[in-house]
Design a protein. Structure first.
Lengths: 260, 249
């Protein structure tokens, strides 16, 4: 039992070390701009444009249900008009970035692992290396760069559509006074809440790209290896997003003096 | 010149290569033969730095590849072209884009210049007119020829072939052999071929190296190897199994 626990811990630490080295290599390459712009634009299209529908639907329905639930509770203490403020602050700093990142991790992180994993098992990554091309420059950097840019933009969309949907539900379904709803939302939502959401989205973008690429580049042999890498990319990036979100919330609240 | 000395490689607890040493002179054509799973492809990947040995050295024109990091290895790999067993074409690119890949990474060649070099490489492998096809539209033999065109388009000094005729019919295999000879003579490259195909080995190898039981078992000209009286070599080149190796059906 101790042996198994020791092996699990060793493997976990080894994996953590490898993924950190990959991240370091990718960021070094990113800052020296060793990237083909065509590849970057394609990834930006794939991650940013093609994820819009799923992100918008998620944002809209999250805003709507959050508005309804908040209203049901606030109505008991006659705080109906504060409903949209809760939706807005929650969407900006927590639900917008986290749910967007989870949806993109499912769609894009898994696709990255599958594509790179297939390239690995068919020796295409070795072929890249023989053609004097660093796999990190060619495969990881465009995806990382596109994720860094796309995630904050998708999150902003998700936040916007979530608040608008919440407003529509509050004003037209729940009969809350639209003027107070809107006024309280503006009064309690600070620029810093939006900034926190954007910072988180930027970091989650990096997590999705690095985990997806790492899982692809280290995938096992054959179809089974690619399948496992795809699943693990989605699961690991989702878990990492949720765990890091907690620590980011604490750290950012301290750094930005959110609740002073 | 390629110099491999006292190379050792282990995967997990399995020793694949044990104290392998040999030299390939500039412009020479060497074939490596040996049984399946005997470490031939692993040896080839060490020569181009895709794998790092546990012990020993690989020197390319006097420069030791062992201990170089991936970015330092990229510089050395400009000297190499490699044809993979499954061709390893980039399936998201057309034939022309595959071949032009290495050209685009260097300097800023014009599109006209790239197109001219791609057309010339395709002509050399007798596949003119396939520029816009996708790899999935090509047969196995055509894929290998495109892989070869991609490996030679930037005129490397050394070309490595990993089982270039495996899985191909005898006629296509013959045409691939001719292509390898043509590339060797046309570009004056150093050639290292890993193969199971004894006909190809005889035709392509100015010198043949045989791996057996993880070691370099013997080395000699094609005639010396094919006329060897050593029982291991004789059995291998003539495809004779021992009774203990017969499959039970």
């Amino acid at each position: 039992m101790n042996f198994l626990a020791g092996k699990f811990l060793t493997d976990w630490l080894e994996g953590l070390g490898r993924i950190s080295l990959l991240a370091k290599e990718a960021i070094n390459s990113l800052v020296t701009l060793k990237v083909r712009w065509q590849d970057f634009l394609f990834q930006l299209y794939f991650i940013g444009v093609k994820s819009q529908s799923v992100v918008l639907v998620t944002g809209a329905f999250t805003g709507m249900v959050l508005c309804a639930q908040t209203y049901f509770q606030f109505h008991k203490v006659k705080l109906d008009t504060a409903t949209l403020a809760v939706v807005s602050v929650s969407m900006c700093s927590e639900l917008g970035p986290v749910l967007t990142a989870l949806m993109v991790a499912g769609r894009v992180g898994a696709a990255m692992a599958a594509e790179i994993g297939t390239m690995k098992v068919t020796e295409q990554i070795d072929a890249l290396r023989t053609l004097a091309t660093h796999p990190v420059d060619y495969l990881v950097v465009p995806r990382l760069m596109a994720s860094f840019i796309a995630l904050p933009l998708l999150t902003a969309e998700s936040i916007t559509i979530g608040i608008v949907s919440g407003y529509l539900v509050g004003a037209f379904l729940l009969d809350i006074d639209p003027a107070y709803l809107y006024y309280n939302m503006l009064k309690h939502t600070m620029g810093i809440d939006v900034a926190v959401g954007m910072i988180k989205a930027f970091i989650f973008g990096g997590i999705i790209a690095i985990v997806g690429c790492y899982k692809g580049m280290t995938c096992g042999e054959g179809a089974e290896g690619v399948g496992r890498a795809t699943t693990e990319a989605m699961v690991f990036s989702s878990i990492t997003i949720l765990i890091s979100n907690f620590f980011l919330t604490l750290t950012l609240s301290r750094l930005l003096h959110l609740y002073d | 010149m390629i110099e491999v000395s006292h190379l050792e490689k282990t995967f997990g607890s399995v020793l694949i290569l044990d104290d392998v040493s040999f030299r390939v002179e500039t412009g020479e054509s060497v074939v490596i033969i040996g049984r399946s799973g005997g470490g031939k492809s692993v040896l080839l990947k060490h020569i181009i730095g895709l794998l790092q040995p546990d012990a020993g050295e690989v020197l390319i024109d006097g420069e030791n590849l062992c201990g170089l990091d991936e970015r330092q290895l990229l510089r050395v790999r400009h000297k190499f072209g490699m044809l993979f067993q499954g061709a390893a074409l980039f399936d998201s690119m057309t034939v022309a884009e595959n071949i032009a890949f290495a050209l685009r990474r260097e300097g800023n060649p014009t599109e006209a210049e790239i197109a001219r070099k791609v057309a010339h490489a395709l002509e050399l492998v007798e596949l003119s007119g396939t520029e816009n096809k996708n790899p999935s539209e090509l047969s196995g033999g055509m894929r290998k020829r495109v892989g070869l065109a991609r490996a030679i388009v930037y005129e490397p000094q050394i070309v490595l072939y990993d089982e270039p005729t495996t899985g191909l019919d005898p006629v296509v295999s013959d045409s691939i052999d001719h292509l390898i000879l043509r590339v060797r003579d046309h570009l004056k490259v150093t050639t290292v071929v890993v193969t199971h195909d004894m006909r190809s080995a005889r035709r392509l190898g100015q010198r043949i190296l045989m791996l057996h039981n993880r070691k370099l078992y013997c080395s000699g000209t094609a005639d010396e190897i094919f006329n060897s009286t050593d029982p291991v070599v004789h059995r291998f080149v003539n495809g004779i199994s021992l009774p203990t190796e017969d499959l039970v059906l």
